[in-house]
Design a protein around this ligand. Structure first.
Ligand code: RP5
Length: 165
């Protein structure tokens, strides 16, 4: 695997089926990642130890997914100046609105770039991480352009199909 430069952290293994969408994108773009289960509530000391070492490990961006009272991304952002991208996990009780609000409503001065609820958010979190990394990486920029072009083509094809409907 390539050098690990993105951390993918989730609050529980029950978040993995959502966060897999982020991992899939990182794999597609050939970005090395460090994946961990760490909880702001259940393993606060381990989370602290991990975040204290992220810069020394060479990690550049952190993607954090959590559900319910989702404080994971915010707590991480309070402990590092690396960019933190939050993924609100969909929940049974409130459909992820709880996760969204508790991830997005950060106090002034401590930002978390919060994505959409669920797998779409996880996928976009990784794409956003790639876009940040591409600022200083021409090869990655080209790959991202190529990806966007393929998305455009996908919709053009759908439009062709629907025109005969
Ligand atoms: C959060 O609580 C996790 O991120 C997860 O989304 C949610 C439920 O966790 P489990 O009870 O499934 O372990 O901390």
């Amino acid at each position: 695997m390539n050098k690990k430069i993105v951390a993918v952290i989730m609050g529980s293994d029950s978040d993995l089926s959502t966060m897999k969408a982020a991992v899939d994108v990182l794999k597609k773009f050939g970005i090395g990642y460090d994946i961990k289960i760490l909880s702001a509530h259940r393993t606060p000391k381990d989370l602290d130890l991990y975040i204290n070492k992220v810069t020394a490990k060479g990690l550049k961006i952190i993607i954090a997914g959590a559900g319910g009272a989702a404080h994971l991304a915010g707590v991480i952002a309070s402990k590092t100046t690396l960019p933190v991208i939050g993924v609100p996990i969909e929940t049974k009780s409130l459909k992820g609105l709880d996760s969204l609000l508790s991830t997005v409503q950060m106090p002034s001065g401590v930002p978390v770039a919060t994505m959409a609820i669920g797998s779409t958010g996880a996928k976009n979190a990784a794409l956003f991480a790639v876009e940040i990394l591409a600022l200083n990486n021409e090869a990655l920029k080209k790959k991202m352009r190529h990806y966007r072009d393929s998305e455009t083509k996908r919709v053009i094809l759908k439009n062709l199909k629907i025109s005969s409907f």
